[in-house]
Design a protein around this ligand. Sequence first.
Ligand code: ARG
Ligand code: GLU
Length: 667
Amino acid sequence: MKKTLSAIILVALTAIPAAADEGMWLPSLISQRIGDMQSKGFKLNDEDIYSINRASLKDAVVLFGSGCTGELVSDEGLLLTNHHCGFSYIQKHSSVEHDYLKDGFWALKREQELPNPGLSVSFLDYMQDVTDEVTSADDPQQAIKQIRERAVEGRKGVKASVESLYYGNRYYLFVYKVYTDVRLVGAPPSSIGKFGGDTDNWMWPRHTGDFSIFRVYAGKDNEPAPYSEENIPFTPKRHFKISRAGVSEGDFTFIYGFPGTTREYITSDAVRYISELSDPAKISLRTLRLDIQKKYMSTSPAVRIQYASKNANVANAWKKWQGEMRGIRKMHTVASKEAYEQAFRDWAAGGQYEGVLECLDSLYTLLEPYNFAREYTYESALAVELPQFASNYASAKDEAAAEASAANFYKDWNLDIDKESFIALMKAYATGVADEFKPEYYFESMERLGSVEAWADEVFSEELCGGRLEGIEESAAYAFRKAFVKHYNEVLTPEYSRLSAEITALYRDYMRGQMEFEPQKSFYPDANLTLRVAYGKVGAYEPADGIRYRHVSTVKGIMEKDDPEIYDYNIPQSLRDLYAAGGYEDTPVCFIADNHTTGGNSGSPVINADGNLIGINFDRVWEGTMSDVAFDPEFCRNICLDIRYLLFVVDKVCGAGSLLAELDFAD
Ligand code: ARG
Ligand code: GLU
């Protein structure tokens, strides 16, 4: 009986054509979507995507580090991901003599490949629904612990986690094999891998060759092993074949990867908070910092290098939030959620879900000031660099660690930028945060010193700025950091956490209620850095009235942007020469599709209808960044590197074509 019922549900789910290509689906349940995928052009079946009985595409996809995706492309462990995902490793190997960030890096022989301590890649071994065991336990936390322990018992290099899905309505066990010997094989110069820099970031048309190449190594038994010269290239159960056939408008595409965080089922209050309060405040604080950084970076090449990575990090979310805020407003997400909630309340009246939304509403009202004060403090007082360093230095575990942290800090620190930022941020803090959410220390300091400028003079003392670090715990910088961290942890956070826990518990009901309210709809769980499938199609879009963007970009566009005077647009001479020789105008660079992706999907394989690799995902378009909260098929596009551009760059621009010999081509 049970079986036939679930079979009926399955047929029902499969038969409903999804209105849009929204969704990040669980691979182990992909049988529920496979009919829809096939109707949209996919030629393989569910067992090709995910199987625990035989090799499937999932065996060629990894969590790269702790926040990106990568894919295996040879039977000798060769792995592709984004340049920005490999950035910090490439940077660590770089020096003035060997500037791999600037010039690129190519290991044409295995012994030239560079190990990366701290980097790991995780293959999903299997996932399993453990809801019953967790929810029926007297102590769910204890049950989760036991499930995890059982999963790793007696196995080498295995990691397990139990994650809540649908706000605690489902629990899944994820078991990973973790390989820790991962070596750098190749990276293009930043003028290709980060072409367009932060100006082009989150934008289309795009011409960034955002890829880097690594190799996974294993012990002699092909199992995970710590770095050793004895290790051998890992043979994956499955690797991607590469398709050079290219993409056309409307082609089926599928993204397999590890999306980090989405919040598609939150209430109108939560969305309003994001678009009306949180995003605008964080954007304005970061604008202050970015303007100051830019002023100094544009006049000094040394400062530009010092702040390259910091600036990129600050700018990345800053720009995303702007797109998100505008997208939410443009889509009228708050109003449409309000209308939805009204319908939900009408439906829920008299039943078990009556009052859930009202409770959430009043909890959000209580949470909001704490949430805001936390975020504002984090983006202002806690963003100042010198106090942060003072605290790290003082708490270093030994002298060597302290010295290393000092060397690391001063190398990339600029007093003028940091001090000006302090002044700008603390002036904003004065009015940005309500007095009742400020620490006593703030008022004492302002009263004692009379102005933010005088406070800055005290915090940025001559000793600390000059690197004289004895007695750092007596410094004003240390006291500043300590006071704000204490206030954050001991005053703002406890109440925030208490209310958040209540909200989370209620969301469990609200989520279940939404599923019962709309039984015909397929609900995908919010992203939580677990493996997901997103599918859709290649497609142009119209970002605004009168503008239509094509679905592909080409090398011609790189030449249009090329400018030796502007750092981010100054392409390698070899690319200019190739272009001048002719024949590469139409070489594809990037394409866009309507796959539902988010942060964490960077480096994800972009797969065609035959299951072959056609690109590497690396970004979204600016007008679609609200998709973490609400997906709009008209404006949401993910940006992919065309795999043929990777082949062109490796072979023609960088002269490392011998690396391509181990790839398998489907066509
Ligand atoms: N926007 C992409 C992502 O969210 C790429 C970021 C690369 N960093 C940068 N600042 N350009 O991660
Ligand atoms: N660049 C993002 C990442 O690092 C992917 C872009 C997005 O947020 O969709 O994961």
